[in-house]
Design a binder for this molecule. Structure first.
Ligand code: ZN
Length: 153
């Protein structure tokens, strides 16, 4: 495993729509392992592939590790299939935009379809910080940053 350099704003790689993952192979497993190591090293809760310069539709997340209960997840080819009509505004930071925070409105819950690292289709309903995390990372896969979707604090 290796800690990868994190791409920072403004870098054009952060503004690209990423390509779906088709190959579930050792290269993908190595990338996912390196992304998790990079995320923990940078003290983040989520990291998307374009943030390490790879324009593929995957991200890693762990919303529990700061509470002492690590729960690493590798999310591949995600899509949001339903979401709450109601939104809430939360404060978000981004490893690619160091030292700045933004208020961003997000749905309160989302239903996400995705594929695991072993190629198994998954469905999750996420609430609160889980919803915020996956929506933030999914925005990265579509080239959108909180500089665009939020208001700087
Ligand atoms: Zn981010």
């Amino acid at each position: 495993m290796a800690v990868l350099p994190i791409v920072t704003h403004p870098d054009p790689r952060l503004e690209q729509v990423c390509e779906p993952v088709h190959q579930f192979d050792d290269t993908l497993r190595q990338l996912a392992a390196d992304m998790l190591e990079t995320m923990y090293d940078a003290k983040g809760r989520g990291l998307a592939a374009p943030q390490v310069g790879v324009l593929k539709r995957l991200f890693v997340m762990d919303i529990r590790w700061k509470d002492g209960a690590p729960e690493p997840v590798v999310v591949i080819n995600p899509s949001i299939v339903d979401q709450s009509p109601a939104t809430a505004v939360g404060v978000e930071a981004c490893l690619s935009i160091p030292g700045r925070t933004f208020k961003v409105p997000r749905p309160i819950w989302v239903d996400m379809h995705w594929t695991s690292l072993s190629g198994i289709a998954q469905n999750w309903r996420l609430h609160g910080i889980g919803a915020v995390c996956v929506l933030h990372e999914l925005d990265h896969l579509n080239g959108r940053l909180i500089t665009e979707t939020g208001t700087e604090e």
